[in-house]
Design a protein around this ligand. Structure first.
Ligand code: CAA
Length: 281
């Protein structure tokens, strides 16, 4: 495997691009808008500058990493990739349309992975004529820092596809964990309801936002509290995952808290919008 395509240049896409390029892969990225292509490349550039400033990478090494990254708004840029990792909007219908398009476009042997955080791999794969080559490859935010990748087979994913992705994940310096297809997989089924509960505690007036986070950092040894984590993940993403958990399991313990909904309606999405439960401006 040499050339890897990445679709989407948001928080997750940019992190995935960086990790791939840092580990020697040639990366072709595609975003729908020119500004998104530029923003994705600029994010990687900024992150690498930080590594150079910390003397974890030389300026020459950084240039070599950046030279391995090529972007376009034209989806044909990924046509001859050996693997494609989709990290686009978390919406089933748009993912299905994208996978159907990729299936027509790509080489016969190309594996198409999705970074979906909670949607069904089987359903996405069914939009293609190569469901054996479709797999879930779920990274965590911030991608360069987080060691885990959840690997999720759909109903038709072949063992060969799984083994290829397990090997790639290790080559990226990450630890794969195989997970059966289930809403939220492992991490999000635990983590996102915990964030939702933190929001409920805030709404109930049990403690201030800073104190809820402090309590979980010092009382449960979490690196960051649930509200700051919600802001990092994106409150819109948290809401979308809660909605999938609630709809799929049909259990009210997964009901998104009204305050979470209200924050999203107000456009307070966390770090990416500059404000969530905390201010980032
Ligand atoms: N981008 C790239 N690298 C980053 C980064 C970012 N935004 N933030 C931190 N890092 C890197 C740093 O460069 C540093 O790496 P080095 O040791 O190689 O220099 C390392 O992470 C530690 O960073 P810091 O020392 O600056 O900060 P910290 O010790 O406070 O750690 C943290 C920051 C890694 C974010 C830590 O607070 C943490 O682990 N938080 C929890 C994150 C988490 O739970 N993520 C999962 C969210 S759920 C998800 O992503 C799944 C989903 O589908 C929604």
């Amino acid at each position: 495997m040499n050339k890897i395509g990445v679709l989407g240049t948001g928080t997750m896409g940019a992190g995935i691009i960086q990790v791939l390029a840092q580990n020697g892969y040639e990366v072709v990225l595609r975003a729908r808008r020119e500004t998104s292509v530029e923003k994705g490349i600029a994010t990687v550039n900024k992150n690498l500058d930080r590594l150079v400033a910390k003397e974890k990478m030389t300026a020459e090494e950084k240039d070599a990493v950046m030279a391995r990254i090529h972007g376009s708004t034209d989806i044909n840029i990924v046509a001859d990739a050996d693997l494609i990792i989709e990290a686009a909007t978390e919406d089933m219908e748009s993912k299905k349309a994208l996978f159907a398009e990729l299936d027509q476009l790509c080489k016969e042997g190309t594996i198409i992975a999705t970074n979906t955080s909670s949607l069904s791999i089987t359903e996405i794969a069914a939009a293609t004529n190569r469901p054996d080559k479709v797999i879930g490859m779920h990274f965590f935010n911030p991608v360069p820092a987080m060691k885990l990748v959840e690997i999720i087979k759909g109903l038709a994913t072949s063992d060969e596809t799984r083994d290829t992705i397990l090997e790639l994940t290790k080559n990226l310096g990450k630890t794969p964990v195989e997970v059966e297809e289930a809403p939220g997989f492992v991490v999000n089924r635990i983590l996102i309801p915990m964030i939702n509960e933190g929001i409920g505690i805030l709404a109930d007036g049990v403690a201030k936002a800073e104190d809820i986070d402090q309590a979980m950092m010092l009382g449960a040894n979490h690196p960051m509290g649930p509200l700051a984590l919600g802001d990092l993940v994106g409150l819109d993403v948290c809401l979308a995952i809660m909605e999938v958990l609630h709809a799929e399991y049909g259990d009210d313990k997964y009901r998104p808290h009204p305050l979470l909904k209200k924050m999203v309606r107000a456009g307070k999405l966390g770090r990416k919008s500059g404000e969530g439960f905390f201010n980032y401006n």
